[in-house]
Design a protein around this ligand. Structure first.
Ligand SMILES: Nc1ncnc2c1ncn2[C@@H]1O[C@H](COP(=O)(O)OP(=O)(O)OP(=O)(O)O)[C@@H](O)[C@H]1O
Ligand SMILES: [Mg+2]
Length: 248
């Protein structure tokens, strides 16, 4: 099963990714979390892990990977990295493992003037294309804010798109846009309403009548505080447990 977690900046994508990964691992699934966000550095801390080395390093670094990918775009028969992986055979130097969860990070932008993140986007696309999953495997892709990854079609072949919605107009609008972009491309779109209180929840639910609201997650001081302190999110959130149950 491949799940992409997407939505507006700061809506709680990484938080939900980390919590869902724990819930899935607790159910005995073999979980791979893929950090697709080239800018943020918090996900590994939310999982209580060290940061993995950038996966782009496996391909010789950004310059070498870019060269191969440009050649591929000029001639699509030239697969730049024509290997198949399973979760277990991903290059171990680029994967951090803890309690049944593996974390892989495509790559971060490190230096002023180093250029765009397009190579990371292309690598992500190729990784998912070449990742062969078993019945019990769950991939959770924590995406960068916005819709560029959808524009690239990185989620082709995914089963579920979790759209994390916080209580803001921008987030509500973006959730509609994402739903339209996914359209009939195979994945089921779910909405995860995050940072809700009772009053706001009623207002927000009005936007999602007839749609698949997979979870409503309350504003949680403990979650907020743990993230602020860079601590592992090891708390039980009942709505996340139900979300994990609903996916199998
Ligand atoms: N249910 C919640 N209750 C309280 N705070 C929350 C909740 N969910 C997320 N947060 C807080 O919101 C902030 C943003 O969360 P997070 O980093 O997960 O968002 P994101 O969508 O991944 O952001 P980015 O777009 O920057 O990657 C963090 O401070 C986090 O602790
Ligand atoms: Mg994030």
């Amino acid at each position: 099963m491949k799940i992409a977690v997407c939505g507006k900046g700061g809506s709680g994508k990484s938080t939900i990714s980390a919590l869902l990964a724990r819930a899935m691992a607790a159910r005995g699934h073999n979980v791979l979390v893929v950090d697709l966000d080239e800018s943020n550095y918090g996900l590994h801390r939310q999982l209580g892990m060290e940061a993995p080395a950038d996966f782009i390093g496996y391909f010789g670094g950004k310059e070498a990977a870019t060269k191969k990918i440009v050649e591929y775009y000029q001639d699509r028969t030239k697969e730049p990295f024509d290997m198949k992986w399973s979760i277990a055979t991903l290059p171990s130097g680029y994967v951090v493992v803890k309690c049944g969860i593996r974390l892989l990070s495509i790559g971060k932008i490190h230096d002023f003037g180093e250029g765009c993140a397009c190579t990371m986007g292309s690598l992500s696309e190729l990784l998912f294309k070449n990742l062969v999953l078993d019945e019990n495997d769950v991939v959770i892709a924590d995406t960068e804010a916005g819709v560029e990854h959808l524009g690239r079609g990185i989620e082709a072949g995914f089963d579920h798109i979790m759209v994390v919605v916080d209580p803001s107009y921008e987030s509500l609008r973006l959730s509609r846009k994402i739903e339209a972009m996914v359209g009939n491309n195979g994945a089921k779109v779910h909405f995860v309403l995050n940072k809700m209180d009772e009053e706001i929840q009623k207002l927000v639910l009005g936007w999602f009548e007839g749609k698949s609201v997979a979870a409503v997650i309350p504003e949680d001081r403990g979650l907020f505080r743990a993230t602020l302190e860079g601590r592992e999110l090891d708390m039980e959130i009942p709505a996340i447990r139900c979300l994990a149950d609903s996916l199998y």
